[in-house]
Design a protein around this ligand. Structure first.
Ligand code: GAR
Length: 232
């Protein structure tokens, strides 16, 4: 692991020890699996989670290759990060499709063409249908900016503020038909401070997202590798 990455994780963990945040489950052991897992990343927005997946691979924290970035929105900033890092990407604009199913089918076709093993919704702002969910059963995960099952759906950070909770966070979970409801893989708790604005809170939550998403990918990748061996 590179020095700056180690320092970043240690600093964040220090914050967690001083009551700023908490990751669970957290294994200090590195999750190992071989060979590299082929990832398909789905993104719609700024792409900061996508960028941290790339960093985790570069830092050898994650033994993965990104087969494709799929975006549904031509203005998605993740595209720039894909170009900078030589990662193949495709824009599958839902506005060009007649139905949700048509869009899902195009996304699924691309993932299958590239024999993607694990699909990561990293800021993907679209509901996916049963076809994709069933096709990638136990191999489709999502990150959501709340401590699920609280604050499902749109604008989870605003929901947490409006409900005046004092702890919120982020969750990586398997995707199932009901939105933001699949089994939880890993969560991070983040306190809401009195002086927080939505932006300061979002920044604190996203700092934790950038740590837990690569950890969750590694955990699920290990499971995929293990079940593959068991099925041989
Ligand atoms: C992340 O905070 C993620 O949790 C959220 O979108 C943001 C994307 O940020 N996802 C959802 O709200 C899904 N319901 P990014 O584009 O910078 O990674």
């Amino acid at each position: 692991m590179r020095k700056e990455n180690k320092e970043y994780i240690e600093k964040t963990l220090f914050n967690s020890l001083s009551g700023q945040s908490l990751i669970s489950p957290y294994d200090s052991e590195k999750v190992l699996f071989e060979p590299k897992i082929r990832l398909g990343i789905l993104a719609s927005g700024n792409g900061s989670n996508f960028e941290h997946i790339i960093k985790s691979i570069q830092n050898k924290q994650l033994n993965a290759e990104i087969s494709i970035l799929i975006v549904n929105n031509p203005n998605c900033l993740a595209i720039k990060k894909a170009i900078e890092n030589d990662i193949p990407y495709v824009i599958i604009n839902h506005r060009d499709c007649n139905s949700r199913l048509d869009h899902d089918k195009l996304v699924m076709k691309k993932l299958e063409e590239l024999t993607v093993e694990l699909v990561v919704m990293a800021g993907w702002m679209r509901i996916v249908g049963e076809e994709i969910i069933n096709r990638f059963k136990n191999r489709l995960i999502n990150i959501h900016p709340s401590l699920l099952p609280s604050f499902k759906g749109i604008d989870a950070i605003q929901q947490a503020i409006e409900n005046r909770v004092t702890i919120t966070g982020c969750t990586v979970h398997y995707v199932q038909k009901e939105v933001d409801s699949g089994s939880i893989i890993i969560q991070a708790a983040v306190p809401i401070k009195e002086q927080d604005s939505k932006e300061t809170l979002k920044k604190r939550i996203q700092d934790m997202e950038h740590i837990i998403l690569p950890l969750a990918i590694a955990k699920v990748a290990k499971k995929i590798r293990t079940s593959f061996k068991d099925n041989k």
